[in-house]
Each structure stands twice: as C-alpha cells, then as structure tokens.
Design a protein around this ligand. Structure first.
Ligand code: DX5
Ligand code: ZN
Length: 221
C-alpha cells in the first residue's frame, strides 16, 4: 500500500478554503487533515465545530482526518457530525477515559486514532492497539504549524513501529508536524503510513499544489 497523504487545511489559503478543498478532492489525496484546538490543551484556536462539520460539503473523494487537540473531545463529536469515513484522532494526554472516547468514535462508524505528543512515551499506546485504526505520532509539539521537528522524532517513530509490528496488530502510523520534503522518505522507511503535509511540504509555496502532491507521493511510495 502506498503512503497516504493528509494535507493540513490549517496551512492552506484560509481565505479560499472551498477552492483549496475542491483542488485536493480532484487530486484524490486520501484525507484532509483538520486541526481542532480548544485553547486549553494547546494555547491556540483554529476552526470551530461548525467549520469542521462544513468541510464535508465540498468533499466527494477525500475523507476528513480530524485531529482534536482538546480536553474531553467527545463533547464536540455531535456538532462535528462525526460519522462514516471520518478518521478521528484524540490525544492520550487529554482524555480522562481513553477507551470510552475511542469506543464512541467507533460507534459512530468512524476510525478511532490515538494521538501522542512528543513528551509522551510511545509505549503508552500499547494498551489501546486493539481499539485503534492508527496511532498519530506528533513530530512537533501540538498547537502550531511551521514548527521544527521535535527531538528524537525519528527514533520514536522506529520504536512505535516495532511495538506495533511485535504486537501483530494491524495498526497504521500517521505522522504529524514538520513532515518536510527532506524527512518524508525517511519517515516512510521507518514505518509511517499516513503523512500530514503542511507548511514544510505541500503548503510550502515552492510548488503548485498538483506538482507538490505528485512529488510527495513519489517520495513516500
Ligand atoms: C500542529 C498540527 C499539524 C500542523 C502541521 O499542532 O497538528 O497538523 O498543521 O503543520 P506543519 O506541517 O507546518 O508542521
Ligand atoms: Zn494535526
């Protein structure tokens, strides 16, 4: 299976979002990465629940990849209309009861994913491998686009891949944060399956979007 692309919409042209999403839809990328921030778990705000819901409208081919950087994320699921086809990542560090949040996502027909921040040991996901579709490994500290890669991200990726492989579970790895032109091939080699592409690649303004997407797929095949 080729590496899958999830361009980060918070890095797109925010004044032309419908066009941006339409372009990605026509390029048939797998996901649209939608960062939701509560200004508590992370000191930032991006899109509100209404915007997250509305992103579904222009999308015919691509699916929502919703990354909730928010405490007790379950409270937002109804307003976002989480459902079939969505991939939903919640933070291990932000849920009182991780199992019940993952189960709620699954009950809505969506794919539950567990996100871990750079200071959270990768072993923390071990107990949840039966409940998740993917682990979202944050390779920057959550909250802002355009940051440098967090220290030891590549070793963490390798370690996470080994934990999943040794467990025999069929769980994917999504990498999120400074997934740059220089790093994405190495991330693929080390076990990443889904790539959140933001300001250091697809939205880095060095290529037109279609050429950037083509380049990315060639680097992660
Ligand atoms: C950061 C978000 C990322 C961000 C990636 O908290 O989770 O998805 O948009 O942006 P870059 O690729 O610029 O790090
Ligand atoms: Zn994200």
């Amino acid at each position: 299976m080729r590496g899958m692309l999830s361009p980060s919409v918070m890095c797109a042209d925010l004044l032309n979002l419908a066009d941006e999403i339409k372009k990605l839809d026509e390029l048939n990328v797998e996901y649209l990465h939608i960062d939701f921030m509560d200004n508590k778990f992370v000191p930032n705000i991006t899109f509100d629940t209404n915007m997250v819901k509305s992103f579904k409208k222009p999308m015919k081919n691509i699916k929502r990849d919703i990354h909730l950087m928010a405490f007790e994320p379950m409270q937002y699921f109804d307003r976002m209309e989480i459902g079939e086809g969505d991939m939903v990542s919640v933070h291990f560090e932000a849920c009182e009861n991780v199992n019940s949040v993952l189960a709620d996502i699954k009950a809505r027909g969506a794919k539950p994913c567990l996100a871990i921040s750079p200071d959270t040991p990768v072993e923390s996901v071990f107990d949840y491998l039966d409940e998740v579709y993917a682990v979202l490994l944050m390779t920057v500290y959550p909250g802002f686009a355009g940051q440098p890669m967090a220290p030891k991200s590549m070793e963490r990726l390798e370690k996470l891949k080994k934990i999943i492989t040794d467990s025999g579970k069929n769980v994917l790895i999504e990498v999120d944060g400074h997934v740059s032109w220089d790093h994405c091939s190495e991330m693929r080699e080390k076990g990443a399956d889904i790539f959140v592409a933001g300001s250091s690649s697809v939205y880095g303004n060095d290529y037109p979007l279609d050429k950037a997407v083509e380049k990315f797929y060639n680097l992660v095949k």
